[in-house]
Write a protein that binds this ligand. Structure first.
Ligand code: HEM
Length: 417
């Protein structure tokens, strides 16, 4: 690892330029923050054309203990005022974030309804489809690239999670490309390649919302066997989801379900290429190692870099007073490298013990990733397919990374076999 070129006091996590620095430099900066007493505070900046003024700043939770404590105390660290750093008007919070930006009792009601789409029976049904999809994705790659080289993201990592979410929700294949484009724009805000602007983000959000409302209305009237139909028919305490609630949940689900899993798979491929001993260890004992390997890929990649909470009362963490109304940001990437908790955290180790728990899916509490089991399955099945059919598949160059402080994204990864 590179030595610290930025003194901890000078680290500005809201500066877009910080996120363009070399990865080792950023890792060193986070280590510096973990090692300083108390919590670090940064002022805020916003996207260039955003109509909203920058907020009052945020405390950074960079140690595993602090992220764990805040995540599991939603009464004191709430989500209802937003789970991204920027403050949006309340109606936009729920419009864009659905339940990730809610607290109980609203969150509980919505999560109870949508959980009906994620029962073991539903997940088992989807799992069957995951295997079929993974096989088809590898078929396509082999067929379309007789020269045995391609972009791993385009060929393998992107199509599978997208197609699975679209299938779950009953979106026809020919419309899934449009859905993928919207999710790219929403999570790529900040990266010029995807539009990069606040306006592009709002337009994509509104288009996707309108699309989802029509889908929901259609399935309420003409139910099929997809999850959209289950959700539109489900009742909790005699109440159904409104079409508007479904529209917002749809945005959350497709964005959360697509981009995260695909980035985990891409980072996984790079990590296995960079660490051939770990690949060999996994390939040679598939059943024994898969569980820890998948968890390690999520720890290593931390596809979601952070979420935010807001303090509901005066409190403290790591001895740092936090006033009611102040924001705290849970940096999952840093908690997942905390040397107080993980032995040799910069080592990619497919047999790393499951305890202490990695926090890539969140650190527990009411918002813990609804799709964690599905994502774990997708990652395992995709690498199983690769191991059995293209065991020599490896990355051949540096990835093109997404410019984002929210999603640890890989846009392109050259590979060959
Ligand atoms: C490797 C893949 C994934 C990662 C790293 C990931 C990560 C996360 C994280 C960090 C959270 C917030 C947790 C918290 O605040 O405590 C979250 C929430 C969520 N995730 Fe995932 N996720 C992944 C895959 C998925 C998939 C496949 C789906 C859906 C099919 C999904 C749906 C959701 C939903 C709906 C929430 C909001 C839950 C709530 O607010 O109650 N995620 N995820």
């Amino acid at each position: 690892m590179t030595t610290i070129p930025i003194a901890a006091d000078d680290v500005d996590l809201s500066d877009f330029d910080f996120w363009l620095l070399d990865r080792d430099v950023r890792e060193a900066a986070f280590k510096g923050l973990r090692d300083m007493p108390g919590l670090h505070f940064n002022a805020e900046r916003v996207l260039e054309d955003s109509p909203f003024p920058p907020g009052p700043g945020f405390w950074s939770l960079v140690r595993h203990d602090d992220v764990w404590a805040a995540s599991r105390n939603p009464q004191l660290f709430c989500s209802g005022q937003g789970s991204n750093i920027v403050d949006l008007p309340q109606e936009l919070n729920e419009f864009f974030g659905s339940m990730i930006n809610m607290d109980d009792p609203k969150h509980f009601r919505l999560r109870s309804i949508v959980s009906k789409g994620f029962t073991p029976k539903e997940v088992a049904r989807v799992e069957e489809y995951v295997k079929v999809k993974a096989a088809a994705v590898v078929d396509d790659m082999l067929e379309q690239h007789p020269d045995r080289q391609c972009d791993f993201v385009e060929a393998i990592a992107a199509p599978m999670p997208l197609q699975i979410i679209c299938d779950m929700m009953g979106i026809p294949d020919d419309e899934s490309k449009q859905v993928f484009h919207w999710t790219n724009v929403i999570l790529g805000a900040g990266d010029p390649e995807f539009g990069g602007s606040y306006e592009a983000l709002m337009t994509a959000g509104l288009e996707m919302f309108t699309y989802a409302q029509a889908l929901g209305e259609n399935r309420r009237a003409n139910p099929t066997d997809d999850i959209t139909s289950i959700l539109m028919q489900a009742e909790v305490d005699g109440e159904q989801l409104t079409t508007q609630e479904f529209g917002s949940f749809f945005i959350l689900l497709v964005v959360a379900g697509n981009e995260t899993t695909r980035n985990a798979i891409s980072h996984g491929m790079k990590a296995l290429t960079d660490n051939p001993d770990q690949r060999e260890r996994w390939w040679n004992d598939w059943d024994g190692v898969t569980k820890t390997a998948v968890e390690e890929i999520v720890r290593w990649s931390s596809p979601v870099i952070h979420f935010r909470r807001t303090a509901t009362a005066d409190t403290e963490l790591s001895g740092q007073p936090i006033a009611a109304g102040e924001k705290v940001v849970l940096w999952y990437n840093s908690a997942n490298r905390d040397e107080r908790v993980f032995t040799d955290p910069y080592r990619f180790d497919v047999t790393r013990p499951l305890q202490p728990v990695q926090v890539g899916f969140g650190a527990g509490g009411p918002h813990f990733c609804l799709g964690a089991n599905l994502a774990r399955r997708e990652i395992a099945v995709m690498f199983d397919e690769i191991r059995r059919r293209v065991p020599t598949l490896h990355s051949t160059g540096e990835p093109a990374y997404l410019q984002s402080f929210f999603i640890n994204g890989i846009k392109r990864l050259p590979c060959a076999w």
